[in-house]
Design a protein around this ligand. Sequence first.
Ligand SMILES: [Zn+2]
Length: 367
Amino acid sequence: MKNIKLFIFNFFFAPLWLGCMCILFMSGCVPAPYRRVPHPDISRYVNVVEFCNRNNLIWEWDVISQKFTIRSPEHEAVFFINSNTALINNQPTTLKLPLIYKSGALFISKDAVQVFLIPALVPSAVHRIRRIVIDAGHGGHDPGAVHFGIHEDDINLSIARHLEKELLSNGIEVIMTRKTDVFVPLSQRVRIANTSGADIFVSIHCNACRGRRRTRPKGFEVFSLGGPMDEESRLKEAVERGRLKYEGGISENVGLNIRALLWDIIQDENKIESKQLSQLIVSSLDRSLATPNRGSKTARFYVLKWTHIPSVLVEVGFLSNRWEASKLANTHYQKMVAESIADGILRFKELYEKTDGFSRQASHRRF
Ligand SMILES: [Zn+2]
């Protein structure tokens, strides 16, 4: 009888028990810290995984010991969740604020990044432009502006592909948000920019004007994030908001709003770089295109607002203007536009790398 009971236990319960143990061990892959800081001031933190990915640092999260390790080729920093003690290159160090877990992510204080992480782990090569995201606006069931039978999404894609070739031939890695005529939601474009370890985001669009005088305006303009906006930029943003509703991006916005404060801080750091990139592209386009230069402007477009790397949106010309529309539909002209944008990017890369991310020059220099 005793043997039968033992047999039943072994046959039915032992596998169950083993299964439970397996699940327990497997949960080691999921970050689920046992303690949380109730209300940390998130404005003083940055997402540590995003920081590592952006700076090409290897990271490792050990859920059992609640330990986050960051490695560069020669150095190592170890942080413990909710602990003010860290090991920087094996030296115990006291942090002002501990590593914390919030909303499914791990955050490290900006202070720890500035004082310990950057000096200890990030080599001077951090100020390099290696990878660029090219975003061909619209696509699929969203053609963008349509005038004289010309679809904006086709022109955007063609210029983006030429730009891709140009950058690749200059040794820059390129990530395209779309390579064919498909619809990609704005939130997805932003996600690609933020998770691909890219250094710059460049969105390509064609302009269009509404109203009775729509055929008049022509020329190119380049936008970066910021304000104040002129009436025209405000109008463009309103049109984009309408499109966001259409593609169901509003619910995504709610999730993103949780991190709005953090984005604002990151964006402040990128605003100057974005503006400089925008001005350099404008100068390049101005040198090669025989169309009005409408300048470097600011707006709060979705792709500029939510990307956390220097980002610009290039409006290459007006499709509502017959003269410019026919030029934009021409492959040779598209190639020329792409080459000019690439030239602006390469000038930015050169200057950015020469000045260690503009840290060795006045930040408001104009080009
Ligand atoms: Zn567009």
